[in-house]
Design a protein around this ligand. Structure first.
Ligand code: HAM
Length: 438
Protein backbone atom coordinates (compact mmCIF):
# COMPACT_ATOMS: atom_id res chain seq x y z
CA UNK A 1 0.00 0.00 0.00
CA UNK A 2 1.41 3.41 -0.97
CA UNK A 3 2.27 6.01 1.69
CA UNK A 4 -0.28 8.40 0.08
CA UNK A 5 -3.05 5.81 0.38
CA UNK A 6 -2.06 5.09 3.97
CA UNK A 7 -2.13 8.83 4.72
CA UNK A 8 -5.56 9.29 3.14
CA UNK A 9 -6.96 6.33 5.04
CA UNK A 10 -5.63 7.52 8.38
CA UNK A 11 -6.74 11.11 7.61
CA UNK A 12 -10.30 10.01 6.91
CA UNK A 13 -10.35 7.61 9.83
CA UNK A 14 -9.30 10.31 12.25
CA UNK A 15 -11.11 13.32 10.76
CA UNK A 16 -14.45 12.11 9.51
CA UNK A 17 -17.33 11.98 11.95
CA UNK A 18 -18.38 8.35 12.32
CA UNK A 19 -21.58 7.79 10.48
CA UNK A 20 -23.44 4.52 10.59
CA UNK A 21 -22.97 4.06 6.84
CA UNK A 22 -19.25 4.84 6.84
CA UNK A 23 -17.08 2.09 5.33
CA UNK A 24 -13.82 1.60 7.20
CA UNK A 25 -10.95 0.42 5.01
CA UNK A 26 -8.36 -1.22 7.21
CA UNK A 27 -4.76 -0.35 6.61
CA UNK A 28 -2.65 -3.39 5.66
CA UNK A 29 0.12 -4.35 8.05
CA UNK A 30 3.40 -5.26 6.46
CA UNK A 31 6.28 -7.34 7.74
CA UNK A 32 9.28 -5.68 9.38
CA UNK A 33 12.14 -4.76 7.03
CA UNK A 34 14.64 -7.61 6.82
CA UNK A 35 12.15 -10.17 8.20
CA UNK A 36 10.92 -12.50 5.47
CA UNK A 37 7.99 -14.85 5.04
CA UNK A 38 9.01 -18.17 3.55
CA UNK A 39 6.56 -19.73 1.16
CA UNK A 40 7.07 -22.85 -0.92
CA UNK A 41 9.41 -23.59 -2.73
CA UNK A 42 11.78 -21.64 -0.44
CA UNK A 43 10.28 -23.23 2.68
CA UNK A 44 10.64 -26.65 0.98
CA UNK A 45 14.33 -25.92 0.52
CA UNK A 46 14.60 -24.98 4.19
CA UNK A 47 12.89 -28.25 5.22
CA UNK A 48 15.20 -30.17 2.90
CA UNK A 49 18.29 -28.50 4.45
CA UNK A 50 17.04 -29.21 7.97
CA UNK A 51 16.19 -32.85 7.23
CA UNK A 52 19.57 -33.41 5.57
CA UNK A 53 21.42 -31.80 8.49
CA UNK A 54 19.57 -34.01 11.00
CA UNK A 55 20.41 -37.11 8.99
CA UNK A 56 24.08 -36.27 8.27
CA UNK A 57 24.85 -34.86 11.73
CA UNK A 58 23.21 -37.92 13.30
CA UNK A 59 25.83 -40.08 11.56
CA UNK A 60 28.51 -38.16 13.49
CA UNK A 61 26.78 -38.52 16.86
CA UNK A 62 25.55 -34.92 17.04
CA UNK A 63 22.26 -34.51 18.92
CA UNK A 64 19.77 -31.65 18.76
CA UNK A 65 19.71 -28.89 21.34
CA UNK A 66 17.00 -26.22 21.26
CA UNK A 67 17.93 -23.06 23.10
CA UNK A 68 15.83 -19.91 23.68
CA UNK A 69 15.74 -17.14 21.10
CA UNK A 70 15.96 -14.50 23.84
CA UNK A 71 18.94 -14.37 26.21
CA UNK A 72 20.42 -11.90 28.68
CA UNK A 73 22.36 -9.22 26.78
CA UNK A 74 25.41 -9.84 28.94
CA UNK A 75 25.78 -13.33 27.42
CA UNK A 76 26.45 -11.95 23.95
CA UNK A 77 28.39 -8.89 25.09
CA UNK A 78 30.81 -11.10 27.02
CA UNK A 79 30.76 -14.14 24.72
CA UNK A 80 30.97 -12.54 21.27
CA UNK A 81 33.13 -9.56 22.29
CA UNK A 82 32.37 -5.88 22.86
CA UNK A 83 34.53 -4.79 19.93
CA UNK A 84 32.68 -6.83 17.31
CA UNK A 85 30.20 -5.29 14.85
CA UNK A 86 27.62 -7.81 16.03
CA UNK A 87 27.69 -6.49 19.61
CA UNK A 88 28.39 -2.84 18.78
CA UNK A 89 25.92 -2.29 15.97
CA UNK A 90 23.71 -5.24 15.19
CA UNK A 91 21.97 -6.61 18.27
CA UNK A 92 18.22 -6.42 18.87
CA UNK A 93 18.47 -5.39 22.51
CA UNK A 94 15.62 -4.12 24.66
CA UNK A 95 14.38 -4.04 28.22
CA UNK A 96 11.77 -6.58 29.21
CA UNK A 97 8.89 -5.64 31.47
CA UNK A 98 11.03 -6.42 34.49
CA UNK A 99 13.65 -3.88 33.41
CA UNK A 100 16.23 -6.53 32.41
CA UNK A 101 18.29 -6.03 29.25
CA UNK A 102 17.59 -8.91 26.88
CA UNK A 103 18.72 -9.62 23.32
CA UNK A 104 17.35 -11.66 20.42
CA UNK A 105 20.15 -14.12 19.72
CA UNK A 106 22.44 -12.85 16.94
CA UNK A 107 24.08 -16.30 16.75
CA UNK A 108 23.70 -19.64 18.51
CA UNK A 109 27.13 -20.42 19.96
CA UNK A 110 26.94 -18.24 23.09
CA UNK A 111 23.50 -19.64 23.99
CA UNK A 112 24.64 -23.24 23.40
CA UNK A 113 27.67 -22.65 25.65
CA UNK A 114 25.42 -21.16 28.33
CA UNK A 115 23.05 -24.15 28.12
CA UNK A 116 26.00 -26.57 28.22
CA UNK A 117 27.39 -24.94 31.37
CA UNK A 118 24.00 -24.48 33.05
CA UNK A 119 22.93 -28.09 32.47
CA UNK A 120 26.16 -29.42 34.00
CA UNK A 121 26.53 -31.76 31.00
CA UNK A 122 30.27 -31.74 31.07
CA UNK A 123 32.20 -34.69 32.49
CA UNK A 124 35.97 -35.17 32.14
CA UNK A 125 36.99 -37.07 29.01
CA UNK A 126 33.52 -36.62 27.57
CA UNK A 127 32.93 -35.14 24.11
CA UNK A 128 29.49 -33.55 23.70
CA UNK A 129 28.14 -32.67 20.26
CA UNK A 130 25.07 -30.49 19.67
CA UNK A 131 23.28 -29.03 16.71
CA UNK A 132 20.80 -26.14 16.81
CA UNK A 133 18.55 -24.96 14.00
CA UNK A 134 16.58 -21.74 14.04
CA UNK A 135 16.28 -18.01 13.52
CA UNK A 136 18.97 -15.47 14.47
CA UNK A 137 18.64 -11.69 14.51
CA UNK A 138 21.12 -9.03 13.43
CA UNK A 139 20.28 -5.41 12.65
CA UNK A 140 22.26 -5.28 9.40
CA UNK A 141 21.45 -3.47 6.15
CA UNK A 142 19.24 -5.97 4.31
CA UNK A 143 20.33 -7.08 0.85
CA UNK A 144 20.41 -10.30 -1.18
CA UNK A 145 21.47 -13.07 1.22
CA UNK A 146 21.52 -10.70 4.21
CA UNK A 147 18.47 -10.39 6.42
CA UNK A 148 17.71 -9.11 9.89
CA UNK A 149 16.02 -12.36 10.79
CA UNK A 150 17.96 -15.20 9.19
CA UNK A 151 18.32 -18.89 9.94
CA UNK A 152 21.31 -20.99 10.86
CA UNK A 153 22.11 -24.66 11.17
CA UNK A 154 24.64 -24.59 13.94
CA UNK A 155 26.93 -27.27 15.38
CA UNK A 156 29.12 -27.17 18.52
CA UNK A 157 31.45 -29.83 19.92
CA UNK A 158 32.77 -29.58 23.49
CA UNK A 159 35.35 -31.52 25.43
CA UNK A 160 38.40 -31.99 23.22
CA UNK A 161 41.16 -29.81 21.83
CA UNK A 162 42.31 -32.53 19.43
CA UNK A 163 42.94 -31.20 15.91
CA UNK A 164 41.11 -34.31 14.71
CA UNK A 165 37.91 -32.80 16.07
CA UNK A 166 38.45 -29.59 14.04
CA UNK A 167 38.97 -31.79 10.98
CA UNK A 168 35.89 -33.87 11.80
CA UNK A 169 33.54 -30.89 12.03
CA UNK A 170 34.88 -29.52 8.75
CA UNK A 171 34.50 -32.90 7.05
CA UNK A 172 30.98 -33.19 8.46
CA UNK A 173 30.16 -29.76 7.02
CA UNK A 174 31.59 -30.84 3.65
CA UNK A 175 29.55 -34.08 3.77
CA UNK A 176 26.41 -32.08 4.53
CA UNK A 177 27.06 -29.69 1.63
CA UNK A 178 27.66 -32.63 -0.71
CA UNK A 179 24.46 -34.32 0.50
CA UNK A 180 22.38 -31.27 -0.37
CA UNK A 181 23.96 -31.31 -3.84
CA UNK A 182 26.44 -28.46 -3.42
CA UNK A 183 29.97 -29.57 -4.12
CA UNK A 184 31.53 -26.57 -5.88
CA UNK A 185 32.00 -24.42 -2.76
CA UNK A 186 35.37 -23.12 -1.50
CA UNK A 187 36.74 -23.84 1.97
CA UNK A 188 39.04 -21.21 3.43
CA UNK A 189 41.03 -22.00 6.56
CA UNK A 190 43.28 -20.16 8.96
CA UNK A 191 44.70 -20.43 12.47
CA UNK A 192 44.37 -17.47 14.84
CA UNK A 193 46.83 -18.77 17.42
CA UNK A 194 46.21 -19.07 21.15
CA UNK A 195 46.61 -16.86 24.26
CA UNK A 196 50.28 -17.80 24.21
CA UNK A 197 51.21 -16.62 20.71
CA UNK A 198 48.50 -14.09 19.99
CA UNK A 199 49.79 -11.26 22.23
CA UNK A 200 53.06 -11.21 20.28
CA UNK A 201 51.16 -11.14 17.02
CA UNK A 202 48.90 -8.36 18.39
CA UNK A 203 52.01 -6.37 19.24
CA UNK A 204 53.47 -6.86 15.76
CA UNK A 205 50.19 -5.76 14.21
CA UNK A 206 49.97 -2.73 16.52
CA UNK A 207 53.55 -1.74 15.64
CA UNK A 208 52.78 -2.11 11.93
CA UNK A 209 49.57 -0.05 12.13
CA UNK A 210 51.12 2.67 14.30
CA UNK A 211 53.87 3.14 11.70
CA UNK A 212 51.27 3.99 9.06
CA UNK A 213 49.88 7.33 7.98
CA UNK A 214 46.60 7.62 10.03
CA UNK A 215 44.55 8.45 6.91
CA UNK A 216 45.15 5.00 5.48
CA UNK A 217 42.62 3.28 7.75
CA UNK A 218 38.88 3.84 8.17
CA UNK A 219 37.67 5.44 11.44
CA UNK A 220 36.52 2.09 12.87
CA UNK A 221 39.89 0.47 12.15
CA UNK A 222 41.79 3.39 13.65
CA UNK A 223 39.96 2.68 16.90
CA UNK A 224 40.46 -1.08 16.48
CA UNK A 225 44.25 -0.71 16.19
CA UNK A 226 44.18 0.23 19.88
CA UNK A 227 41.37 -2.03 21.12
CA UNK A 228 41.56 -5.20 19.00
CA UNK A 229 44.00 -5.01 16.06
CA UNK A 230 42.99 -8.46 14.79
CA UNK A 231 39.61 -6.96 13.82
CA UNK A 232 41.37 -4.71 11.27
CA UNK A 233 42.28 -7.82 9.26
CA UNK A 234 38.56 -8.42 8.82
CA UNK A 235 37.62 -4.94 7.53
CA UNK A 236 35.75 -4.82 4.22
CA UNK A 237 36.76 -1.20 3.40
CA UNK A 238 39.00 -1.25 0.28
CA UNK A 239 41.68 1.09 1.73
CA UNK A 240 41.97 -1.06 4.87
CA UNK A 241 42.23 -4.21 2.75
CA UNK A 242 45.24 -2.66 0.95
CA UNK A 243 46.90 -1.91 4.28
CA UNK A 244 46.12 -5.40 5.59
CA UNK A 245 47.65 -7.07 2.51
CA UNK A 246 51.08 -5.85 3.69
CA UNK A 247 50.50 -6.53 7.42
CA UNK A 248 52.35 -9.21 9.42
CA UNK A 249 50.84 -12.67 8.90
CA UNK A 250 49.52 -14.86 11.65
CA UNK A 251 51.03 -17.94 9.90
CA UNK A 252 54.51 -16.62 10.64
CA UNK A 253 53.65 -15.96 14.30
CA UNK A 254 52.10 -19.20 15.56
CA UNK A 255 53.67 -20.87 18.60
CA UNK A 256 54.95 -24.45 18.03
CA UNK A 257 51.87 -26.09 19.55
CA UNK A 258 49.45 -23.99 17.43
CA UNK A 259 51.54 -24.72 14.37
CA UNK A 260 51.45 -28.48 15.05
CA UNK A 261 47.69 -28.27 15.70
CA UNK A 262 47.06 -26.46 12.41
CA UNK A 263 49.41 -28.71 10.41
CA UNK A 264 47.59 -31.78 11.75
CA UNK A 265 44.18 -30.34 10.81
CA UNK A 266 45.42 -29.57 7.29
CA UNK A 267 47.08 -32.95 6.83
CA UNK A 268 43.82 -34.74 7.77
CA UNK A 269 41.87 -32.56 5.33
CA UNK A 270 44.46 -33.37 2.65
CA UNK A 271 44.22 -37.10 3.37
CA UNK A 272 40.40 -36.93 3.27
CA UNK A 273 40.57 -35.13 -0.08
CA UNK A 274 38.87 -31.92 1.08
CA UNK A 275 40.16 -29.05 -1.05
CA UNK A 276 40.74 -25.76 0.80
CA UNK A 277 42.59 -22.47 0.53
CA UNK A 278 44.71 -21.00 3.32
CA UNK A 279 43.56 -17.46 4.04
CA UNK A 280 45.79 -15.71 6.62
CA UNK A 281 43.28 -12.84 6.89
CA UNK A 282 40.34 -15.02 7.92
CA UNK A 283 39.76 -13.76 11.48
CA UNK A 284 35.93 -14.07 11.44
CA UNK A 285 33.58 -11.50 12.91
CA UNK A 286 33.36 -12.84 16.48
CA UNK A 287 36.03 -12.52 19.16
CA UNK A 288 35.89 -15.99 20.71
CA UNK A 289 37.96 -17.85 18.12
CA UNK A 290 41.34 -19.43 18.84
CA UNK A 291 43.41 -21.59 16.55
CA UNK A 292 41.43 -23.02 13.62
CA UNK A 293 38.94 -20.81 11.77
CA UNK A 294 37.20 -21.64 8.52
CA UNK A 295 34.63 -20.32 6.11
CA UNK A 296 32.77 -21.78 3.13
CA UNK A 297 32.13 -19.32 0.33
CA UNK A 298 30.28 -19.17 -2.96
CA UNK A 299 30.61 -16.67 -5.78
CA UNK A 300 27.06 -17.35 -7.01
CA UNK A 301 24.94 -15.57 -4.39
CA UNK A 302 25.88 -11.90 -4.74
CA UNK A 303 27.97 -9.75 -2.41
CA UNK A 304 27.39 -11.93 0.67
CA UNK A 305 29.66 -14.83 -0.21
CA UNK A 306 29.98 -16.72 3.11
CA UNK A 307 27.52 -19.61 3.35
CA UNK A 308 29.05 -21.10 6.51
CA UNK A 309 31.75 -20.28 9.00
CA UNK A 310 33.20 -21.50 12.24
CA UNK A 311 36.25 -22.41 14.23
CA UNK A 312 37.71 -23.36 17.57
CA UNK A 313 36.89 -21.37 20.72
CA UNK A 314 38.83 -22.97 23.56
CA UNK A 315 38.45 -20.12 26.07
CA UNK A 316 34.74 -19.43 25.63
CA UNK A 317 33.26 -21.89 28.13
CA UNK A 318 35.49 -20.43 30.86
CA UNK A 319 34.79 -16.87 29.74
CA UNK A 320 31.10 -17.58 30.29
CA UNK A 321 31.72 -18.94 33.76
CA UNK A 322 32.08 -22.65 33.00
CA UNK A 323 34.88 -25.17 33.47
CA UNK A 324 37.97 -25.29 31.29
CA UNK A 325 36.41 -27.12 28.34
CA UNK A 326 37.53 -26.55 24.76
CA UNK A 327 35.06 -26.24 21.90
CA UNK A 328 34.79 -26.05 18.13
CA UNK A 329 31.85 -25.52 15.79
CA UNK A 330 30.30 -23.82 12.81
CA UNK A 331 27.09 -22.29 11.52
CA UNK A 332 25.52 -22.54 8.08
CA UNK A 333 23.44 -19.63 6.74
CA UNK A 334 20.23 -21.22 5.49
CA UNK A 335 19.04 -18.28 3.37
CA UNK A 336 22.33 -18.28 1.47
CA UNK A 337 22.25 -22.04 0.90
CA UNK A 338 18.61 -21.72 -0.19
CA UNK A 339 19.74 -19.20 -2.83
CA UNK A 340 22.11 -21.83 -4.19
CA UNK A 341 19.30 -24.40 -4.18
CA UNK A 342 16.88 -22.04 -5.93
CA UNK A 343 16.72 -24.10 -9.15
CA UNK A 344 16.18 -27.39 -7.32
CA UNK A 345 13.22 -29.40 -8.66
CA UNK A 346 10.52 -29.63 -5.98
CA UNK A 347 9.46 -33.16 -5.00
CA UNK A 348 6.67 -34.31 -7.36
CA UNK A 349 3.28 -35.08 -5.84
CA UNK A 350 1.71 -38.42 -6.79
CA UNK A 351 -1.81 -37.44 -7.81
CA UNK A 352 -4.44 -34.84 -8.43
CA UNK A 353 -7.97 -36.16 -7.97
CA UNK A 354 -10.24 -34.24 -10.33
CA UNK A 355 -13.91 -34.28 -9.40
CA UNK A 356 -16.07 -33.71 -12.47
CA UNK A 357 -19.53 -33.89 -10.92
CA UNK A 358 -20.92 -32.09 -7.91
CA UNK A 359 -22.36 -35.39 -6.58
CA UNK A 360 -18.89 -37.01 -6.55
CA UNK A 361 -17.30 -34.41 -4.25
CA UNK A 362 -17.74 -36.42 -1.01
CA UNK A 363 -16.56 -39.66 -2.64
CA UNK A 364 -13.56 -37.84 -4.16
CA UNK A 365 -12.45 -36.50 -0.80
CA UNK A 366 -12.81 -39.91 0.87
CA UNK A 367 -10.85 -41.61 -1.90
CA UNK A 368 -8.05 -39.01 -1.68
CA UNK A 369 -7.95 -39.60 2.08
CA UNK A 370 -7.46 -43.36 1.47
CA UNK A 371 -4.63 -42.65 -0.97
CA UNK A 372 -2.85 -40.43 1.57
CA UNK A 373 -3.33 -43.07 4.26
CA UNK A 374 -1.50 -45.44 1.90
CA UNK A 375 1.41 -43.02 1.68
CA UNK A 376 0.63 -41.19 -1.57
CA UNK A 377 0.77 -37.42 -1.78
CA UNK A 378 -1.66 -35.26 -3.68
CA UNK A 379 -4.65 -33.00 -3.74
CA UNK A 380 -8.35 -33.28 -4.52
CA UNK A 381 -10.63 -30.67 -6.03
CA UNK A 382 -13.21 -29.10 -3.72
CA UNK A 383 -15.47 -28.02 -6.58
CA UNK A 384 -16.63 -29.93 -9.67
CA UNK A 385 -15.13 -28.58 -12.89
CA UNK A 386 -14.66 -29.66 -16.49
CA UNK A 387 -12.07 -32.38 -17.27
CA UNK A 388 -10.15 -29.87 -19.43
CA UNK A 389 -9.66 -27.29 -16.66
CA UNK A 390 -8.86 -29.99 -14.09
CA UNK A 391 -6.22 -31.59 -16.32
CA UNK A 392 -4.71 -28.16 -16.90
CA UNK A 393 -4.45 -27.70 -13.14
CA UNK A 394 -2.99 -31.21 -12.65
CA UNK A 395 -0.31 -30.42 -15.23
CA UNK A 396 0.41 -27.11 -13.53
CA UNK A 397 0.84 -28.87 -10.18
CA UNK A 398 3.31 -31.23 -11.88
CA UNK A 399 1.74 -34.39 -10.43
CA UNK A 400 2.48 -37.83 -11.83
CA UNK A 401 -1.11 -39.01 -12.19
CA UNK A 402 -4.48 -37.33 -12.62
CA UNK A 403 -7.43 -39.31 -11.26
CA UNK A 404 -10.82 -38.40 -12.73
CA UNK A 405 -14.05 -39.00 -10.88
CA UNK A 406 -17.32 -38.05 -12.60
CA UNK A 407 -21.00 -39.05 -12.23
CA UNK A 408 -20.47 -42.16 -14.37
CA UNK A 409 -17.51 -43.37 -12.26
CA UNK A 410 -19.42 -42.61 -9.06
CA UNK A 411 -22.30 -44.83 -10.18
CA UNK A 412 -19.99 -47.64 -11.33
CA UNK A 413 -17.52 -47.41 -8.41
CA UNK A 414 -14.65 -46.84 -10.85
CA UNK A 415 -11.93 -44.22 -11.32
CA UNK A 416 -10.11 -42.98 -14.42
CA UNK A 417 -6.34 -43.08 -13.98
CA UNK A 418 -4.39 -40.87 -16.40
CA UNK A 419 -0.59 -40.82 -16.38
CA UNK A 420 0.59 -37.30 -17.05
CA UNK A 421 3.97 -38.64 -18.18
CA UNK A 422 2.75 -41.02 -20.91
CA UNK A 423 -0.80 -39.73 -21.46
CA UNK A 424 -2.06 -43.32 -20.99
CA UNK A 425 -5.54 -43.52 -19.51
CA UNK A 426 -7.43 -46.47 -17.99
CA UNK A 427 -10.64 -46.89 -16.09
CA UNK A 428 -10.73 -49.42 -13.26
CA UNK A 429 -12.76 -50.25 -10.14
CA UNK A 430 -11.69 -48.07 -7.21
CA UNK A 431 -11.07 -51.13 -5.05
CA UNK A 432 -8.75 -52.60 -7.67
CA UNK A 433 -6.88 -49.27 -7.92
CA UNK A 434 -6.43 -49.15 -4.15
CA UNK A 435 -5.30 -52.80 -4.10
CA UNK A 436 -2.48 -51.98 -6.57
CA UNK A 437 -1.13 -49.54 -3.98
CA UNK A 438 -0.90 -52.20 -1.28
P1 HAM B 1 28.86 -16.17 11.40
O1 HAM B 1 29.95 -16.20 10.38
O2 HAM B 1 28.56 -14.88 12.03
O3 HAM B 1 29.22 -17.26 12.48
O4 HAM B 1 27.53 -16.71 10.74
C1 HAM B 1 27.50 -17.97 10.10
C2 HAM B 1 26.73 -17.88 8.79
O5 HAM B 1 25.45 -17.32 9.02
C3 HAM B 1 27.37 -16.96 7.76
O6 HAM B 1 28.40 -17.61 7.04
C4 HAM B 1 26.19 -16.64 6.87
O7 HAM B 1 25.97 -17.67 5.94
C5 HAM B 1 25.03 -16.62 7.85
N1 HAM B 1 24.66 -15.24 8.19
C6 HAM B 1 25.25 -14.41 9.09
N2 HAM B 1 24.62 -13.23 9.13
C7 HAM B 1 23.60 -13.29 8.25
C8 HAM B 1 22.57 -12.39 7.83
N3 HAM B 1 22.44 -11.17 8.35
N4 HAM B 1 21.68 -12.81 6.89
C9 HAM B 1 21.78 -14.05 6.35
N5 HAM B 1 22.73 -14.94 6.72
C10 HAM B 1 23.62 -14.58 7.64
C11 HAM B 1 28.47 -17.50 13.59
O8 HAM B 1 27.36 -17.13 13.75
C12 HAM B 1 29.16 -18.41 14.58
N6 HAM B 1 28.28 -18.56 15.74
C13 HAM B 1 29.48 -19.75 13.94
C14 HAM B 1 30.13 -20.70 14.89
C15 HAM B 1 29.54 -21.72 15.53
N7 HAM B 1 31.39 -20.68 15.25
C16 HAM B 1 31.61 -21.65 16.11
N8 HAM B 1 30.48 -22.28 16.30
Amino acid sequence: MTPLRNFLISFFLTNLPLRTTQIIIMETIQSIKGFADLFSPESDNFSFLEATAREVFGRYGVSELRTPILEKTELFARGIGGETDVVQKEMYTFEDKGGRSVTLRPEATAGVVRAFIESGQHAPERVSKYFTIGPMFRYERPQKGRLRQFHQINCEVFGTDAPHCDAEVMLMLATFLKSVGLSGLSFEVNSLGCPECRPTFHQRLTDYFSGLDKGKLCADCLRRTATNPLRVLDCKVAACKDVVAEAPRIDDNLCPSCKTHFDTVLSILDAAGLAYTRNPFLVRGLDYYQRTTFEVTSTNIGAQTAVAGGGRYDGLVELLGGPKVPGVGFAIGMERLALLLAGREPARKDFYLAVLDEKALDQGLLLAQKLRERGLSGEVSFAAKSPKSQLRLANKLGVKTCLLLGGEELAAGTIVVKSLDTGEQTSMPQEQFLATLG
